[in-house]
Ligand binder design. Sequence first.
Ligand SMILES: [Zn+2]
Length: 179
Amino acid sequence: MDPVTSPTQPPEHITPPPWPDKTPPSAPGTTPVSAPTPDPARLPTTDAVRARMSRQRSKDTGVEVALRRELHRMGLRYRVHRRPLKGIRREADVVFGPTKVAVYVDGCFWHGCPTHATWPKRNAEFWKNKIEGNRARDADTDRRMAAAGWSVVRVWEHEDATTAAARVRDTVIARRAAG
Ligand SMILES: [Zn+2]
């Protein structure tokens, strides 16, 4: 395979610019928008898009770490990066096994956040399909999880960690009470 065009080659030599199209919220206590989720997608055609992909989310984004820290501070104990459903690659970011609560932290770009979604003009159709595909997959995950008796909490990358953690805690407590 031609190494230049191989889709497995990660974008290189890119200096990531700031968040490309919109400024993240600057209100006090608001977590800044950062690093989108990883994706081996193969159409990095502009510097902005390449940069976005090169900053692909590794396992632990700022918001995810902040959320976990906050949950821990609340006295909650959990596991990270688990697949709640056997045989399905839908890894949750934070998992409360006994109460069957799974938390997914969704990147604003990749999951089409209503506040920060940006729609690249180059290869617009590709990105539209990509992001809408992710959203459809999220909805499908939620359905499968619910069918298997799980409660799903979705947290946007831009959300304040304390607020998000409180939502998670409330869900866990409610499940404990119900169980
Ligand atoms: Zn957002």
